[in-house]
Design a protein around this ligand. Structure first.
Ligand SMILES: [Ca+2]
Length: 204
């Protein structure tokens, strides 16, 4: 039975759309698979020095932050400490190498409590910049390192340090990703991320 001419054209059009859709999906899947994203708990460190400590402790801000902290724990710079001597929390992360964007899930206590909204960021022993300084307080928010916007890392293990800058600042999770572009950029929301770390990515 011959199909009506219009129906044949419709079939061809649908076939073209299906092939096109499959190609777009395959390209997107291939690009997604080629990205590297590593997320880990801030409390899963190699070492930590005062005034930074693993919370919560018996402090009202700690209680508020704990309510939605991933794993129930976080790194905090001690509000009560007079120590400003550069205590830091240290991680050793194994990467494939490339250009990365760094994110942190952080909680800045309100300005009334001291305006604590930043850490220094060091990589391989060198100061890279200031993480934070954004004005969203009293909420868990994912913040990316702004200056520089991206970091170049060679393949292998790198030391990443969050160093004390302001008493009271809180850090819950850290994320490194090669998804840095605008089109396919990775923008976490405020929620906790499932931590599925590539085996061997976070060194102890
Ligand atoms: Ca945590």
């Amino acid at each position: 039975m011959r199909l009506p001419r219009g129906l044949c054209r419709l079939c061809v059009l649908l076939a073209i759309c299906a092939v096109g859709g499959a190609l777009v999906w395959a390209t997107s899947a291939a690009l997604s698979a080629s990205y590297e994203t590593i997320c880990w708990e801030a409390e899963n460190h190699c070492s930590i020095k005062q005034p930074l400590f693993i919370g919560p402790r018996n402090h009202p801000d700690d209680t508020l932050a704990k309510k939605d902290a991933s794993g129930g724990k976080f790194v905090r710079s001690d509000m009560e400490s007079e120590n400003d001597s550069g205590g830091k929390v240290v991680y050793k992360i194994k990467v494939r190498g490339g250009t990365y964007k760094l994110w942190g899930r952080r909680y800045w206590p309100s300005p009334l409590k001291g305006c604590a909204n930043s850490f220094y960021l060091n990589i391989d022993g060198k100061r890279v910049g200031v993480f934070g300084e954004d004005p969203t307080y009293d909420a868990w928010v994912w913040t990316s390192l702004k200056k520089p916007a991206t970091i170049s890392l060679t393949p292998g293990i790198h030391t990443i340090e969050f160093e004390h800058r302001e008493h009271g600042a809180i850090l819950d999770q850290i994320l490194l990703t090669t998804r840095t572009g605008t089109r396919f950029g990775y923008v976490p929301g405020g929620g906790r991320l499932p931590v599925k770390v590539t085996p061997g990515a976070v060194q102890k």
